[in-house]
Ligand binder design. Structure first.
Ligand code: COA
Length: 331
């Protein structure tokens, strides 16, 4: 019997309508379009403005888009994982609500949090369940309402992040397509450099934590940048070497969209031409858990059966990694 591999069989995505441009940010903080564009590559990002809507709204929209595009019956889904750093609630998993809302009534569901690497780790989870034969349809959704944890008076963070969601369905494949290899890493020394200080068990919310803006994301951008550049490039290069892939073999790089310079450095180390490097950072900014599946959703029509995709991500924690996957269908 041939080994079962775990392949992506459908994708979906969603971004909210409201566009926050660099021009508008110029009127909010001391920054300018030229600085943001040259330092990050970002031109605009999408923001979920509607009150009373959280990350689940984005996740449900992305999952519904996947269901409409593929025709999959939600009742057949075994597991729903929502990868997110911005759950609706701290207790009561966002994924459970999402699963119910999309009609995945026979599934179990939970959230997974590894900052900007969440979707990469969720791909690992989905694949392990499928390869073991335990489950047949695993829906993973990367979704983040970053605007809910951003201080729009802090120019070091508010220019970077945006809201969005993307989804991918994993199923067994007997032709050998799907996830081939992964190289996932983490290092707790990184938590000093990118974090939300308060609201968790270490520093519960109080009047002081609100006053001191400790419920917002804070980062030491320069340090994060340094680690991101070297680690993302390292793992992408390692996974190519381990699988005897040259730059000619690789069809597409699917890189986390944090900063155009980090993406270019990773592609450079892989010796990959720019036409194979997928980007939508200019339109969405960094949507954290959603960057990778939004690329899959936006560029699905370019992928052909057998294409070799290299994913690479880096995020808070620190967490990072690279995954090698072959595409299983022509859309
Ligand atoms: N507009 C204008 N100037 C700004 C600015 C902004 N939005 N933000 C910072 N600056 C200024 C700084 O104050 C600094 O001024 P100084 O030299 O007078 O002190 C100067 O620009 C350079 O700042 P620096 O932080 O060194 O810039 P940078 O080239 O490192 O770019 C980031 C800043 C945040 C874009 C970059 O560090 C980055 O992308 N880091 C990774 C962040 C990330 O991706 N986080 C998510 C995890 S994946």
């Amino acid at each position: 019997m041939s080994k079962i591999t775990a392949a992506i069989t459908a994708v979906g995505g969603y971004v909210p309508d409201f566009v926050l441009s660099n021009k508008v940010l110029e009127s909010m903080v001391d920054t300018n379009d030229e600085w943001i564009t040259t330092r990050t590559g970002i031109k605009e990002r999408r923001i979920l403005k509607d009150e009373g809507k959280g990350t689940s709204y984005l996740a449900i929209k992305a999952a519904e888009n996947l269901i409409n595009r593929s025709g999959v019956d939600p009742k057949e889904i075994d597991l729903v994982v929502v990868a997110t750093a911005t759950p609706d609630l701290l207790v009561a998993s966002t994924a459970v609500y999402v699963a119910s809302q999309i009609g995945a009534t026979n599934a179990f569901a939970y959230d997974l949090q590894a900052a900007c690497s969440s979707f990469l780790y969720a791909m690992s989870t989905a694949s392990a369940y499928i390869e073991s034969g335990r489950y047949k349809k695993v829906l993973i959704i990367g979704a983040d309402k970053m605007s809910s944890i951003i201080d729009y008076t802090d120019r070091a963070t508010c220019i970077i992040f945006g809201d969005g969601a993307g989804a991918a369905l994993f199923e067994p494949n007997e032709e050998g397509y799907g996830l081939q290899d992964e190289y996932l890493r983490s290092d707790g020394a990184g938590r000093e450099f990118l974090k939300i200080e308060a609201g968790g068990s270490l520093l519960p919310p109080s009047e002081d934590t609100v006053k001191n803006k400790q419920h917002f994301v804070h980062q030491d951008g320069r340090t994060v940048f340094k680690f991101a550049v070297s680690n993302m490039a390292d793992v992408a290069e390692k996974i190519m070497m381990r699988n005897n892939l040259t730059h000619d073999d690789v069809s597409w790089l699917i890189p986390h969209q944090a900063n155009l310079r980090i993406i270019d450095a990773t592609a450079g180390r892989m010796n990959l031409e720019d036409s194979k490097v997928l980007k939508n950072i200019q339109r969405y900014g960094n949507t954290t858990s959603a960057t990778l599946p939004l690329l899959l959703s936006d560029f699905e029509s370019k992928f052909k059966k057998g294409d070799k995709l290299i994913f690479a991500a880096f995020g808070g924690g620190f967490t990072w990694g690279s995954t090698y996957l072959t595409w299983a269908y022509n859309s």
